[in-house]
Ligand binder design. Structure first.
Ligand code: PRP
Ligand code: ZN
Length: 288
């Protein structure tokens, strides 16, 4: 038995459900009750640390956790403002997508950030943005309820995370400039190439398998032999489809693993090109 692997994930909030699902789909069984700080996997040599997302980059940088799941926004902010944060993103996880953006009250006349006061929990990223664009403005660091600051005279506008946009809408704020897009990433204290623990490498491969599978679909359809070429061209991200003869003459079944999303539009196009009985099925795991 190798050494136990510790993974830090958010205890509650935007990242929690997706992070937990990723671990479970990767074969790590564990239960949480919302109170516990540590959950031990019942079937693998893995401990899960349940913490505030803001603490994850530092826990991983210090080596308290081997791996962590956190938003790119939090990692980027902490990396710009704290030298001790050395954790690196080693895998984009494709979930909890959001953006860091500037917003102002809907009745505000504000046209540029010049000489304005900006309230944000991301002072490092905002500072870099202002510097890069040669804008002179004041930044006020606020840890919570940033969206209220324009209404109590603290700031002209805010720079905050927007996911569904519900928080902005509830506070009568409108977005006017996006600073960065963000999604959840897997982080480690070193680059993926420098990870020597075979168990960690295997685990990262499993995560990758789950992430790739989430975007992939298995497509099965029937077609005339003379439309095989055209139909295969339309299958998004399919490597080498399987062609199986059908009992009916000049008819085949085409099966393909599509690594890109299969939209209704794609299916309609396939049909226009002679495909019938088109089935699109989810893929659970992929091991390449
Ligand atoms: C962000 C942000 C907003 C909310 C936006 O908080 O501060 O409050 O999410 O989401 P919405 O557009 O879907 O309404 P975050 O998840 O980072 O929580 P935290 O600040 O407590 O870490
Ligand atoms: Zn947070």
């Amino acid at each position: 038995m190798g050494k136990r692997i510790t993974i830090a994930i958010q205890r509650k909030g935007r990242l929690f459900e997706n992070s937990k699902n990723l671990l479970i789909k990767s074969g790590i069984n564990f239960t949480t009750n919302g109170e516990k700080l540590l959950a031990r996997s019942s079937n693998m040599n893995v401990d899960i640390l349940l913490v505030r997302d803001d603490d994850i980059p530092s826990l991983v940088s210090k080596g308290v956790a081997d791996l962590g799941i956190v938003g790119q926004n939090v990692l980027a902010e902490q990396s710009t403002s704290n030298r001790k944060i050395t954790a690196k993103a080693i895998l984009d996880l494709g979930f909890s997508k959001c953006r860091l953006a500037f917003a102002k009250p809907s009745n505000s006349k504000l046209r540029s950030l010049k000489n304005k006061t900006i309230a944000t929990s991301y002072p490092g990223l905002v500072k870099n943005y202002l510097r890069k664009n040669s804008i002179n403005a004041e930044i006020i660091k606020i840890n919570g309820s940033v969206e209220l600051t324009p209404y109590i005279g603290i700031a002209d506008c805010i720079c905050d995370l927007i996911s569904s946009g519900a928080t902005l809408e509830a506070n009568n704020l409108i977005e006017f400039k996006s600073l960065m897009n963000s999604e959840a990433v897997l982080i480690s204290s070193s680059n993926i190439k420098n990870i020597s623990d075979i168990n960690i490498i295997e685990l990262v491969k499993r995560f990758e398998g789950v992430i790739n599978a989430a975007e992939s679909k298995y497509v099965m359809l029937n077609a005339d032999t003379n439309s095989i070429k055209q139909i295969c061209k339309l299958l998004p991200g399919a490597d080498s489809p399987t062609i199986i003869p059908l009992q009916q003459k000049n008819k085949v079944a085409i099966h393909a693993l599509c690594s890109e999303p299969v939209f209704w539009e794609t299916m309609e196009k396939l049909k226009q090109n002679g495909a019938s009985s088109i089935l699109v099925m989810p893929v659970e795991k992929i091991l390449n």
